[in-house]
Design a protein around this ligand. Sequence first.
Ligand SMILES: Cc1cc2nc3c(=O)[nH]c(=O)nc-3n(C[C@H](O)[C@H](O)[C@H](O)COP(=O)(O)OP(=O)(O)OC[C@H]3O[C@@H](n4cnc5c(N)ncnc54)[C@H](O)[C@@H]3O)c2cc1C
Length: 403
Amino acid sequence: MNFDLLILGAGPAGLCMTRALSGHGLTIGVVEQQPDSALREPAFDGREIALTQRSAATLRQLGLWQRIEQTDPAALSPLRDAQVLNGASPHTMRISHTLTRRSELGWLVSNHLIRRAAWDAAQEATRTHGDVHWFTSQPVRQARVQPDAAHITLADGSAHTARLLIAADSRFSNTRRAVGIGASQHDFGRTMLVCQMTHEADHEHVAWEWFGHGQTLALLPMNDDPATGAHRASAVLTLPHQQIDAMLALDEAAFGADMARRFGHRLGAMQLASTRHAYPLVGVYPHRLVAQRLACVGDAAVGMHPVTAHGFNFGLAGVETLSGLLRQAHASGHDIATTDLLARYQRQHRLATRPLYEATRLIAQLYTAESPPARLLREAALRVAERVTPFKRIVAASLAGGH
Ligand SMILES: Cc1cc2nc3c(=O)[nH]c(=O)nc-3n(C[C@H](O)[C@H](O)[C@H](O)COP(=O)(O)OP(=O)(O)OC[C@H]3O[C@@H](n4cnc5c(N)ncnc54)[C@H](O)[C@@H]3O)c2cc1C
């Protein structure tokens, strides 16, 4: 079949891109290796996604927010403030929503709920406009770009062409590699364990990032469990992989007790409230975000370390930028795959993402280093940052938008 656009990968970024482009006169093919059933009812994967206010606005525009709200209003948890702690030091850096005009810095939503809402929204757009063709349970076997068209071959042997390929097939994108784009990868040598927990003390909707000695902890505040009223949060523990294996092997009671100890009993008793999931931490930044008749979005464009909670926020920003340029070009009768358009997308998205990608890499390295100078340096950095209100205002504005 022949399309204007082929979107490769129906993760949250590919699905949001599909939803953003459907209804604008373009024919779209979407290819995904997972079956329909896994896309319709995505399994819980442990990730609670911290969304900036800008991302929340984009999700409203795409109709995802309303779907999540209708299904479960308690699924959208406000993130009022954020605090950073260093080891046993009493000094914290607090970024408060009061530095902004909003009553919260951002929001937390489970990744599987975002994926489900994105699938539903893209399916509804398909029914309304009839412009999307779905190839599910179909890994892309080959991708090739040529001056006149892009070509793909799927696992069933079928071949398809498009004017433009959009690679949304994860940070280890095969499509990106197939067309010759390399990437800088940084393996942090750490694995992140994520799960939901209930706990005795109220978190007051404050997120924690706690750089302890030999471990990094984060607490992402969720709404109380609507069924039991228990205080609830997503707990995030980063350790060398062999230690994460040991944590995964603990029974529920021992895991709860160990996490309460790791959190210094500041939240009282803690209980495991979900399955546990482990993610090895590898940051990926491609050397280019575009090639002839190809653009990368989502993690395929920027594979962030999750510590600054920006992977999907950047994914949505890329969807906004690229879909805007494509809609504009198509509406004014121009080619959607010109070198100029692709270069503009690359420029804008790099500018929006590269500084935080590099800063995140440095922060993650500094805050996992165990040498005494590194400990002193991060303590000093935290104290300075806490006192510099303009710095905190900038961080708050980057989450909440405006001032
Ligand atoms: C522990 C953790 C916490 C996080 N927390 C946050 C947060 O707080 N805030 C935030 O903004 N981000 C966060 N992120 C990042 C966020 O989860 C990702 O940025 C986002 O899920 C990436 O979506 P994507 O669609 O680009 O890629 P993916 O979710 O990787 O989807 C890629 C899709 O492509 C498909 N695919 C791959 N190869 C092929 C092929 N050959 N053929 C067909 N299909 C293919 C896959 O099956 C998949 O469906 C976190 C990530 C982790 C791991």
